[in-house]
Design a protein around this ligand. Structure first.
Ligand code: ADE
Length: 233
């Protein structure tokens, strides 16, 4: 069993890269894949880059080239749920694209037109349980499970926060998760997204993001590391 681990930015993959035993590196479509082990588990780590297209492309390559059997996304997000503070953790129950909008054609916002399955991609239950156990045993922070919403936008205003909460019931917002979720689902590969809050997606979000991305990335890393320790395989 090989687990694929994706982060969008350097901060989000750096610590895993330092602790894993890298056996080989591969570059495909300008993305570097680090193949190796951590706690005797086979992993392939990569940095997708920011946004849904980069995330989708990276996920499909991971699946096709490395025959991975599960995907964990690790990184930071903007909090939508009022219970979340910077550094707190979200584990995806599902993920959806908030910027998919064919509402003039009569589709609900977020719904992918002419798509024969749900646009709300469900994360794998055993991976969710593994993440919850890992988070509880490593972090002394608030841990929420819920829908992650993704779009090619950095959200930094209270009006968007309100609409993402009300229309999508999103607990946090980021820029890759739903793309990974969609590609993983279409390939029948189980996935889970782990995100720690770098900001609250409000007027201060750009400053908070700059200040807390490293701290938040570390929280997510601690959970993924513990997942790798605990996972059978
Ligand atoms: N990632 C971290 N914070 C974010 C925000 N406010 N909007 C989108 N993606 C994010």
């Amino acid at each position: 069993m090989t687990i694929g681990i994706i982060g969008a930015m350097n901060e989000e993959i750096e610590q895993i890269k330092t602790e894993m035993d890298v056996k080989q590196t591969h570059v495909k479509a300008s993305v570097t894949f680090y193949e190796g082990t951590m706690y005797n588990k086979k992993i392939v780590l990569c940095k997708s880059g920011v946004g849904k297209v980069n995330a989708a492309l990276t996920t499909q390559i991971l699946i096709d080239t490395f025959k991975i059997s599960a995907i964990i996304f690790t990184g930071v997000a903007g909090a939508l749920d009022e219970a979340l503070e910077v550094g707190d953790l979200v584990i995806s129950s599902s993920a959806m694209q908030h910027d998919m909008d064919a509402s003039p054609l009569g589709f609900k916002r977020g719904e992918i037109p002419m798509f024969d399955r749900s646009s709300d991609f469900e994360a794998n239950k055993p991976l969710i349980a593994l993440a919850e156990n890992a988070a509880k045993s490593t972090l002394n922070r608030n841990i929420l499970k819920g829908r992650i919403v993704s779009g090619d936008q950095f959200i930094a205003n209270p009006e968007s926060v309100q609409s993402l909460r009300e229309e999508f019931n999103g607990v946090c917002v980021e820029m890759e998760g739903a793309a990974v979720a969609q590609v993983a689902s279409l390939n029948d590969v189980p996935f889970v997204i782990i995100r720690s809050m770098s900001d609250k997606a409000n007027g201060e979000a750009s400053m908070t993001f700059a200040e807390f991305t490293v701290l938040a990335s570390e929280q997510s890393f601690l959970v993924v590391r513990e997942m790798l320790k605990q996972v059978q395989g």
